[in-house]
Design a protein around this ligand. Structure first.
Ligand code: AHR
Length: 522
């Protein structure tokens, strides 16, 4: 009898062991004592172009509007973006930047010329939102301006004068003009783009030709007083490695004392679910499209890695920043809206795409020093949608708000071992994550689960620390893959409190619900 009991016990133990061994393990090892790079808060930057209703209606309603505003700028939008701690704002484009002549947008508003916005819907641009209004917006938002200058159709002189107008304190026709227009003191403007997509809408240039133009324009981007311009060269899109090779190799050939003509190189990559001719709906999608969108988003990691390898070859000291100044989901426009306005809804899927991209930028924070999601209001992967006086905050907004804990914190390197999320014959990792330590010593871990059906238990081991204490948690999820906020139901997706975490000394066990983004503070 005893023998039978023993045999059965051994049999069940072996069975249990086999079952446990077959359970997929989701494990993250965080090296909490090995953080080196700061995650620049500018990775959490934004981009707003004169496109559709991003500027007009989105930010700008004019001083006489019934919508509450401060000097023409919507108060509700400013409040929401301040709560998200927007660190910077790129303006005036995009493609619009290379058609923009800044002098059209200064002086009395009723005297400013009306022009045609040739890229975006052929609508009239009355220039009522120009340099002074943009700088006022940045002041109200308490964020850094990132101005993209016109290389495609503008002159070197025009770009040089704009910088002088904005930042010089000396006596000159430009500074007198600024004073006449109501601004006595110069502004501080650090980030300056030398053209946008110069290989495409910004002039259809070759990399070789642009490289020379870059030097020429940048030479006249002067530093006035203690204002120091950080010059962002137009970089490649997606996998145009030739562009990076040419710009970086030319820079490296330049005598060291002249290399200041470039401080950053941009990169653009949009996630398009299907292809550019039929991108797919923002809200009406199935699991195949959910999967495809997330898997295409992960290509950002490949692009940054490969462009960084080229940059490392010519700039091993990482003096030149990689600036991902346009990224995000690009869906078909909402039915019935102007195709030139790029207005799209924003679902939980967009929230996941934001989280995956931000994790990739955090991971590459040794090279990626700035990124700007396209575009803040009513255009592409927006933070905010407006309709008249109403405003809705999107799932992407909430992800940015949740992730602000990483601003300027030290990135903690991690290894993720997780089960795959598979759809038909393709797979992607189901877990994406970031961890950082802030100046107050708090550790924040953000994690997302791309699997729309399966909850996951993730074990996080914090090496280099003996014990951690759970302070608080947050979660963003929705009932469906395509849950979204609209004017009738603005709270379908929001940040909620989360506490499904067990802690044993320095090991956390986090229950990560399907299709969710979670933050834990330790
Ligand atoms: O963000 C919309 C457009 O996409 C920008 O104007 C351009 O730079 C890019 O092609």
């Amino acid at each position: 009898m005893e023998k039978i009991i023993l045999t059965l016990t051994i049999f069940f133990l072996v069975l249990l062991q086999t079952v446990v061994a077959q359970q997929p393990e989701n494990k993250i090892i965080i090296n909490a004592d090995m953080g080196k790079n700061q995650i620049s808060k500018h990775i959490y930057g934004h981009f707003s172009e004169h496109l559709g209703t991003c500027i007009y209606g989105g930010y700008w309603v004019g001083e006489n509007s019934a919508i509450p505003n401060t000097r023409g700028i919507r108060n509700d939008v400013v409040k929401a973006l301040r709560e998200m701690e927007i660190p910077n704002l790129r303006w005036p484009g995009g493609c619009f930047a290379d058609t923009y002549h800044w002098m059209d947008g200064i002086g009395p508003r009723d005297k400013r010329p009306e022009i045609v916005n040739v890229h975006w819907g052929g609508v009239t641009e009355d220039n009522s939102f120009g340099t002074h209004e943009f700088m006022d917006l940045c002041d109200q938002l308490d964020c850094e301006p990132v101005i993209c200058g016109n290389v495609g159709s503008g002159t070197v002189q025009e770009m040089a004068s704009w910088i002088e107008y904005l930042t010089s304190d000396a006596q000159s026709p430009m500074t007198n003009l600024r004073k006449q227009n109501g601004r006595e003191l110069p502004w501080k403007v650090k980030y300056w783009g030398i053209g946008n997509e110069s290989w495409g809408c910004g002039g259809t240039m070759t990399a070789e030709y642009y490289s020379d133009q870059l030097r020429r324009y940048a030479t006249y981007c002067r530093d006035y007083g203690d204002n120091q311009i950080f010059k962002i060269a137009c970089g490649p899109s997606d996998e145009n490695y030739h562009w990076t090779e040419v710009i970086m190799s030319e820079w490296a050939k330049t005598p060291a004392w002249q290399r200041g003509y470039m401080n950053g190189l941009s990169l653009h990559y949009y996630t398009v679910c299907h292809d550019w001719s039929k991108k797919g709906s923002a809200t009406e999608f199935n699991e195949a499209e959910w999967f495809l969108t997330l898997s295409k988003t992960l290509r950002m990691d490949e692009f940054i890695t490969k462009h960084s390898v080229i940059m490392d070859t010519y700039d091993p000291e990482k003096r030149i920043a990689l600036v991902v100044d346009e990224w995000g989901n690009w869906h078909d426009v909402e039915p019935g809206t102007n195709p030139g306005f790029l207005y799209q809804q924003n679902t939980l899927r967009d929230g996941l795409v934001a989280a995956l991209n931000l994790d990739i930028f955090n991971k590459h924070s040794d090279r990626v020093k700035m990124a700007n999601i396209a575009q803040t209001i009513n255009v592409l992967q927006a933070m905010i949608l407006t309709k008249g006086s109403e405003m809705v905050l999107t799932p992407s907004y909430y992800v940015f708000k949740m992730y602000k804990v990483h601003h300027d914190a030290t990135n903690l390197p991690m290894e993720i071992k997780c089960e795959n999320y598979s759809y038909e014959s393709n797979s992607i990792p189901s877990v994406s994550a970031s961890a950082s330590k802030d100046k107050a010593g708090l550790i924040h871990i953000t994690l997302s689960n791309s699997n729309p059906h399966q909850n996951l238990t993730v074990t996080c081991e914090l090496r280099g620390i003996k014990k951690v204490e759970f302070k608080k948690g947050q979660i963003i999820t929705g009932e469906k893959m395509n849950s979204f906020n609209d004017f009738r139901e603005p709270e379908q997706v929001n940040i909620k409190s989360f506490s499904d975490v067990k802690i044993n000394d320095n090991i956390l066990s986090i229950n990560l619900p399907a299709k969710s983004v979670v933050m834990v503070e330790l």
